[in-house]
Write a protein that binds this ligand. Structure first.
Ligand code: MGD
Ligand code: MGD
Ligand code: SF4
Ligand code: MO
Length: 768
């Protein structure tokens, strides 16, 4: 049965607009503590049983064990806590993957795709693990079980049939191992395309672009140890208490060593106020550690205004009292200092401060701390990257670090905090839509074929290409493309225009429900599961947010005998498409991960001796970490002149950011509570300043529709409860992915093309 009714398609594509019974409590001022431990354990016990849970958690993030499937925060290089190296959200991530529930043949027979799509993302995720390959045949209402052979044959036939390899798209989400990602990218390039969008395009792409241009490497420069030694850590546009919980332990260590923390955020997030370390018995009895020394409550996307005010004030102090800037460093290691200083003269400090929305008294406190400090680290995440000026946000932060001489020293530098546990590794081993000539040359040498050279589609371009019918086959290695991407209904149409959509997944998600004419789901092993071939248990390798590569070996029996590892799936797709006699020994490589790693070592710089070095773990080379800028223009780090954002909001418009609750991992919804923000049992909420609510006559829990108006098109998401909250006037916040239908496809960061998920101009109207 095919559905052409527009409204039906609408509910199918986005989370349904049904409400779940909201309760509000006072937001929390501290993170973790006893409640954190309790909630974490409830999740794992419910999903995987108590004994199994304890045995498995004991192996997570430990040497010889498996890497947490949550975020990319690093583990200590040597000493690991006996109380466990994981947090509440790591435990939830494990529970989600190691659940005992299953999506099997009975489930497939019971529900139509249409029916499943009326459930919330929370309900869909809770159905359990995918256990066999399945197909949604053209025009059918149910998925059916099929064999792996038929699945691979179907993919091979579709790919062979395309007019050009550039009609296929190969998406990657950041949970795949280095081995899977390398093989997948190699396959795309052997097949003939660089259409390799990945979740990074929606995430830290702005960081990669800004850091490559200014410091010569698209990754951060610090290690965990540096954070412990920093005099000042600035946490800007990031909510570590929820999204990188163990970062709070590092901030706690920094504070205990005498360091200071400056936080810049429109919201006063719980973990950044106070932290009770669940790994420290003492913290159970004391109040924990106050994390933030100075909180600058900036308006959404006014970080450049704020940073410029800070730079101007620091410069003034340098001129009057001296000793603020590091002139040796500026002279020897950077360029464009004079131009930057001249540009700053164009701004009035008062106007910048007013624009930022922050009080001058608080800014002065931050300036005083920064003035005398040398070892400064700036940490950031999506609050900086997902804006039109995302790249410049980061460049302005780099300006401060360079003027202070804080890059390339112990205890100082850049720290973009990555999202998915191996998103950085996937990029390192070749998931890029703009390949570098040296990697193409190396592939040609090592494998004996000429890889595709032409620039491919990133995420936004992929969606547009599918929408316009220029791309017809969409394959995703993990992720939930539909719900993660912007402009949900447009993206839905794009996927529906395809001939074939394929998801290599662990769990059911909305991308499986809004598909091409034919759709396949290929179930794969999770991180925590044993990966056995020819009787031998295998390990994979991953890279954390700080550039350290290490092993990960699953410990649990797989959710089903019918699962295949990601490298095996990729090798089979490659063989079905390119033939058994292709010049790349696909199956031989997927049989023996050592062989994949040997090839990675041959192709990618920094991985020499991979198989040997990875046993202990190793850091990839990082020029910024050692203060080497020789590859940049004139051999110097680049100071940048950044423009102020220019938002002209009309009287009835607000600036909205889409954020994560404490109970989700991206599009995977663990539960309906956002404990730290005091919101229970509901995700359809919009956080609003109480004075703004008064102004337009809205009361607590009123229901509103949120709409955006870009390029002459209205986009709307309906039925959100208004929640009064401590957020700057004129600003709003709602959760991702419920709010994604209003993020316009064609608006993204200049230079990185990351969608503007954190600064969408919207209007509110009462729901009818
Ligand atoms: N538990 C859990 N962990 C996760 C994830 C998850 O969903 N759940 N996702 C993972 C992924 S892929 C990623 S990328 C990271 C995301 O980690 P974060 O970037 O911390 O996640 P967001 O919720 O998007 O929050 C961004 C923060 O930026 C602030 N912010 C928004 N706009 C602005 C702005 O204009 N200026 C400033 N200064 N701040 C702003 C918000 O108030 C919020 O505190 O987390 C990773 N870890
Ligand atoms: N409005 C708005 N949109 C956003 C964001 C935002 O802040 N606001 N954030 C953006 C960011 S930072 C990111 S990173 C993207 C995330 O985009 P994605 O990475 O595409 O989305 P996830 O929700 O992380 O993917 C979850 C799915 O991955 C699959 N999966 C889980 N583990 C595995 C595994 O080990 N192997 C395989 N093969 N599959 C697995 C499961 O089927 C699960 O349903 O979303 C982006 N979208
Ligand atoms: S901080 Fe991130 S990687 Fe570490 S245990 Fe928590 S979720 Fe997992
Ligand atoms: Mo991300």
């Amino acid at each position: 049965m095919e559905h052409n009714n527009k409204d039906v398609r609408k509910t199918k594509a986005a989370a349904p607009e049904k409400l779940t019974g909201i309760k509000l409590k006072t937001p929390s001022v501290y993170a973790a503590g006893v409640t954190g431990v309790k909630v974490a354990l409830e999740h794992v016990f419910n999903e995987m049983g108590a004994i199994r849970a304890f045995q498995t958690l004991a192996k997570m993030n430990q040497k010889g064990g498996f890497d947490c499937p949550g975020c990319a925060w690093p583990d200590p290089d040597d000493k690991r806590s006996v109380l466990g190296e994981y947090c509440e959200n790591g435990a939830k991530a494990l529970a989600e993957e190691a659940t005992l529930k299953r999506v099997d043949i009975d489930f497939l027979k019971q529900y139509t795709v249409e029916e499943i799509s009326t459930w919330s993302d929370f309900e869909i995720g809770k159905k359990g693990r995918l256990v066999h390959p399945m197909i949604l045949r053209k025009g059918q209402s149910h998925y059916e079980k099929i064999t792996w052979e038929e699945a691979f044959k179907t993919i091979g036939q579709h790919l062979q049939r395309l007019n050009s390899p550039n009609e296929a798209i190969f998406y990657t989400s950041g949970r795949s191992s280095n081995e899977a990602a390398f093989l997948y990218a190699l396959f795309a390039r052997a097949y003939g395309t660089n259409n390799m969008p990945d979740c990074s395009n929606m995430c830290h792409e702005s960081s990669g672009v800004a850091l490559s241009q200014t410091l010569g490497i698209g990754k951060g420069s610090v290690t965990l140890d540096d954070l412990h030694k920093a005099e000042v850590v600035m946490v800007i546009g990031q909510n570590p208490g929820t999204n990188h919980p163990r970062m709070l332990s590092a901030l706690q260590a920094c504070k205990q060593n005498g360091g200071k923390v400056i936080t810049i955020n429109p919201l006063s997030e719980a973990g950044l106020q106070r932290f009770k370390n669940p790994q420290k018995i003492k913290d159970y009895f004391t109040g924990g550690t106050d994390i933030t020394d100075v909180f600058l409550q900036v308006k959404i996307n006014q970080d450049i205004a704020l940073m410029k005010a800070i730079l101007i004030k620091l410069n003034k102090l340098d001129q009057t009292e001296g000793g603020v800037w590091d002139y040796d460093f500026i002279k020897n290691k950077t360029e464009h200092y004079e131009a930057l200083m001249r540009d700053l003269e164009n701004y009035s400090c008062e106007t910048l401060i007013a624009q930022s929305g922050v009080s001058e008294v608080e800014i002065d406190k931050a300036v005083n701390i920064l003035a005398s400090a040398k070892r400064i680290i700036i940490c950031w995440a999506m609050g900086l990257t997902q804006h039109k000026n995302g790249v410049e946000n980061i460049k302005e932060c780099v300006n401060l670090l360079l003027l202070k001489g804080s890059v390339g020293i112990e205890g100082g530098g850049t720290c973009p905090v990555r999202g998915h546990s191996n998103v950085q590794g996937d990029r390192s081993v070749g998931i890029v839509s703009k390949p570098k000539p040296e990697s193409s040359k190396a592939i040609a040498q090592v494998f004996g074929f000429q890889p595709a050279m032409e620039k491919g589609y990133d995420t936004v371009a992929s969606i547009q290409a599918m929408y316009e019918g220029k791309a017809k086959v969409f394959i995703s290695l993990g992720g939930n493309f539909l719900s993660a991407a912007s402009d949900t209904y447009y993206t839905a149409q794009a996927l529906e225009n395809c001939e074939l959509t394929v998801s290599i997944s662990t769990k059911l998600n909305r991308t499986h429900l809004v598909t091409g004419k034919t759709a396949l789901i290929l179930p794969t092993l999770g991180r925590s599961e044993k990966d056995v071939a020819q009787g031998k248990e295998r390990f994979v390798t991953v890279e954390n947010s700080m550039g350290r590569v290490h092993t990960s070996q699953g410990k649990l029996p797989p959710a089903s005998k019918n699962l295949m590892s990601e490298p095996d799936i990729v090798a089979n797709i490659a063989t079905a498409t390119l033939g058994e006699n292709h010049v790349v020994p696909w199956k031989k490589m997927s049989n023996d991960y050592d062989l994949i790693r040997e090839k990675i070592a041959g192709v990618i710089q920094g991985f020499e001796g991979y198989n040997e070095k990875v046993k202990e773990g190793f850091y990839l080379p990082n020029n910024a970490r050692v203060g080497d800028f020789s590859k940049l223009p004139n051999g110097k780090a680049q100071l940048s002149i950044c423009k102020l954002p220019n938002h002209q909001l009309k009287k009835d418009e607000f600036m909205l950011m889409t954020i994560r609750s404490h109970d989700q991992f991206n599009t995977t919804i663990y539960g309906l509570h956002d404990r730290y923000r005091g919101v229970y049992n509901e995700r359809r909420v919009v956080f609003m300043n109480p004075a703004d609510m008064d102004k337009i006559g809205l009361a607590k829990l009123d229901l509103v529709d949120v709409s955006s108006h870009y390029d002459g098109k209205m986009r709307i998401a309906k039925r959100f409860h208004v929640v009064p909250y401590d957020i700057p006037s004129g600003n709003l916040a709602a959760y991702f992915p419920e709010a994604n239908p209003i993020v316009p496809i064609n608006h993204f960061a200049e230079g990185s093309r990351t969608p503007i998920s954190k600064s969408v101009i919207v209007k509110l109207q009462r729901s009818v």
